[in-house]
Design a protein around this ligand. Structure first.
Ligand SMILES: Cc1cc2nc3c(=O)[nH]c(=O)nc-3n(C[C@H](O)[C@H](O)[C@H](O)COP(=O)(O)OP(=O)(O)OC[C@H]3O[C@@H](n4cnc5c(N)ncnc54)[C@H](O)[C@@H]3O)c2cc1C
Length: 270
């Protein structure tokens, strides 16, 4: 049985700039990382590989440079890494992204049963949290969102029991397999790749599937298959006032400066 982890390559957000003329993200020269929630999705797929003998497959749709993200998944222990990359997939909204990822999972099912698909709760760039549910609906899988613990998997009864982390409470839910699960950070602590695994993964193959493999109608993918589009992207205007120090890189220094300003302004009650 296969467990799939959907992992998206995202810009390291602390370094993202917005082009003031085109209102698009400036992606040139910025480092990319695995979307943090997807790191937890990948980790859980690897734990199920270890505990239940699942075959772990990492899946991503993105440009050719997303190969690095998938190679890292191999270094961590994934059995296969598949990059869905084709010019016709470009400019995708969440609907067409879900179409492509579901088609790839369907293709995997031709050879072996897919028991679980893990996704992150959301991405840190798109932030929609729509893709996981989009996959579940397209594949007819049970849909379990915001999961922070896998309680039990019963491969005989073909059920899974999970804990969902909600606002101020938890919910224990049992569902039929196959299931699509979106995960939150509390689920696990991702492992680091060992040096031997990293070296081995440098030679391992990241499979690249284009639309030739998936045979999707080009009108259902990429820009053509996207019924929504971003009309404007912008940072909120900064309110007037002084920025005190650099809290991101030097929080202690910023706190010191802030205290000085409060003392200067006689704003501290004694
Ligand atoms: C209208 C619109 C137009 C867009 N145009 C572009 C564009 O031109 N270029 C561009 O780079 N992006 C574009 N995007 C962003 C891109 O389509 C989205 O990032 C993508 O559809 C996923 O949505 P999200 O980031 O909100 O993911 P969410 O729904 O928040 O992601 C949830 C989870 O789904 C999985 N997932 C999501 N996306 C992927 C993926 N690609 N591969 C593997 N797993 C994934 C991950 O596990 C993730 O944690 C556009 C988005 C919209 C809404």
């Amino acid at each position: 049985m296969i467990v799939v982890a959907c992992i998206k390559q995202v810009p390291d957000t602390t370094q993202v700039q917005i082009d003031p003329v085109t209102n698009t993200l400036v992606r040139d020269g910025i480092p990319f990382i695995i979307n943090p929630y997807d790191g937890h999705a990948l980790e859980e797929s690897l734990r199920l590989k270890d505990s239940h003998g699942f075959k772990a497959v990492a899946l991503s749709m993105g440009p050719p440079n997303a190969e690095a993200t998938l190679r890292k998944a191999l270094a961590l222990g994934a059995d296969r890494s598949i990059l869905l990359s084709d010019r016709v997939f470009g400019g995708a909204d969440t609907l067409s992204t879900s179409n492509v990822l579901s088609a790839a999972i369907d293709k995997l099912r031709e050879d072996e049963e897919v028991g679980i698909v893990f996704c992150g709760k959301q991405t840190i760039d798109g932030d929609t949290a729509q893709v996981g549910p989009g996959i579940a609906v397209r594949l007819g899988f049970s849909q379990l969102t915001l999961v922070d613990r896998i309680e039990k998997i019963d491969l005989v009864e073909r059920t899974i029991t999970v804990r969902r982390k909600l606002e101020g409470r938890y919910e224990i839910v049992e569902a039929r397999l196959p299931a699509m699960i979106t995960v939150v950070r509390e689920l696990n602590r991702p492992r680091y790749p060992t040096v031997p695994m990293r070296l081995a993964s440098a030679k391992a193959e990241v499979e690249v599937w284009s639309n030739e493999q998936l045979q999707l109608d080009v009108n259902s993918v990429g820009l053509k298959g996207s019924p929504t589009w971003v009309s404007r992207i912008f940072s909120p205007e900064r309110k007037e006032g002084e920025i005190v120090g650099d809290g991101m890189n030097d929080p202690a220094g910023a706190a010191r400066l802030l205290l000085e300003r409060l003392i200067e302004g006689d704003m501290l009650a004694v």
